[in-house]
Design a protein around this ligand. Sequence first.
Ligand SMILES: [Zn+2]
Length: 81
Amino acid sequence: MKGMSRERILKEAKWKEVVVEYMGSVVKTYLRDNPIVYACPICGLDIHKPSFTSERDLFFHLVAHAKGLLDKRRKQPKRYH
Ligand SMILES: [Zn+2]
């Protein structure tokens, strides 16, 4: 069997499933504590993926996903004024 199962990754990295709320938005993601680190539920739990030390940082990152800023670098951000 290649790779590790998701359960094993969670256990070895001590990730816990959590529901995070910020400014009225709710997202299910993963948290490690001591020190507290949140994972991005879209990027995943790989150690090389971004992680966040506050709910605010995580949500800013998720907003960037929602706007497509992280996936397609080709597109220039639009200016609205
Ligand atoms: Zn992400």
